[in-house]
Design a protein around this ligand. Sequence first.
Ligand code: SAH
Ligand code: SF4
Ligand code: F3S
Length: 482
Amino acid sequence: MFNELDFKKIDLTKDAPVEETQRQYYYIAKARGMIAQECTKEGRTFTYCLKTFGCQMNEKQSEVVAGIMDEMGYKRQDTEDADVVIYNTCTVRENANLKVYGRLGRLHNLKNKNPNMKIVLFGCMMQEAHVVEKIKKDYPFVNLVFGTHNIFKFAELYSEMLLEEKQLIDIWDGTDKIVEELPTERNYTFKSGVNIMFGCNNFCSYCIVPYVRGRERSREPEAILTEIKSLVADGVSEVMLLGQNVNSYGKTLENPISFAQLLTEVEKIEGLKRIRFMTSHPKDLSDELIEVMANSKKICHHLHLPMQSGSSRVLKEMNRRYDKEKYLNLVEKIRTAIPDISLTTDIIVGFPGETEEDFLETLDVVEKSDFDTAFTFIYSKRSGTPAAKMEDQIPEDVVKDRFDRLLSLVQQKGRVVSSRFEGTVQEVLVEEESKEKGIFTGRTQYNLLVHFPACPEMLGKYVNVKLNTCKGFYYLGELQDN
Ligand code: SAH
Ligand code: SF4
Ligand code: F3S
């Protein structure tokens, strides 16, 4: 990361450099100067509030935006009564969009009180033309809008916005660029997400992600390994490799490499203790990956394997490219190779045309698969996706009834499945202090949470904890002699 001296070395009288990373540092230095002047005038430090909606990809990209805001001289705060409010948006389901519109309404009142307040929106939702139209029309007080493909341009766009009165909008249709080494403010010191690929090529018929994130692009393995090594040098011991379909990692690289091969390389990094990844698409999960997982000392025995539906007919309509039998066989194969694996999944109910029989197939897979947790979603129509045009959208009351039945089975099964560790001692990574003072939360390799009395010095460390009582998806425990 840059220090004060490095920023002074940037000559702002010259044009911005063309090389992208240097170019962004140039704009950080430029904004930094403008902001410092304003702060001196007002005799205080300016603040920003950054809220992230959606998945871990968004979390990871927000860390870059936060890193840049910090370098520009802002101080982060949790509440939205700040000088700058930034939302990183998600559009995977209608609810995600409604949340942002609701918050924008409230921000308008805050901005009336503080007209110098800046409002910035970016991320997946902004890649949709109808959203941008609505923002132009109904929310003219928003200062800056950009999408998912030009996040690396944030410093440049932000500097431009500081000099603009008008709403600044910059949405790209796609990019083949992957810009490395921008400033980052990590949410945790001891664990971190690491993007291994961007975008998605799968076009599941209900899903908006391929349209807002663009085509699948894998990062070069060397860049990934260098990032992880530098994270480890910085105190990180657990990484989560991120991609919409990590199992197809590396296929389009000039020198193709499989995800399992990448994992083997990551495993070799000294000082790294735990490796996680998500998401695994069942259609591409290879025997090679199962073998690498089974033999690894670092890859956590947890696999998130979204099934979406248990009905082969619905899976076909969803364009998932596997059927019920293949999914169940895969689960069995994984359990045979890794008997203590913890499996979690995603399920959608109410996909267009889903019949009661289809839904019973979903319940059947849940019954047979012994998931620790399943994330259940009501189908949400996303305009522009093939499923949005399908006839036979399911009435709300039918979907609600199925959703309740599914949730009740998932919870009932989850309680039994996750209690399999009750009474055992497990190594956990201590992640945070809970709301109750003196009680800390740790995570087992199986991704199960445990709350136990401990002290702040243990944060970020691995300790042995006895899992006394299972409370569904978390345990109450106590420290063992460490
Ligand atoms: N790439 C991942 C999923 C990313 S989106 C995968 O393929 O597994 C996370 C989850 O959101 C999906 O697994 C799906 O269950 C849910 N989801 C996506 N689109 C949805 C929609 N239109 N309605 C309801 N749930 C949806
Ligand atoms: Fe969406 Fe399917 Fe891609 Fe996952 S794999 S992001 S569900 S299109
Ligand atoms: Fe949402 Fe975009 Fe992730 S739509 S789920 S934030 S990829």
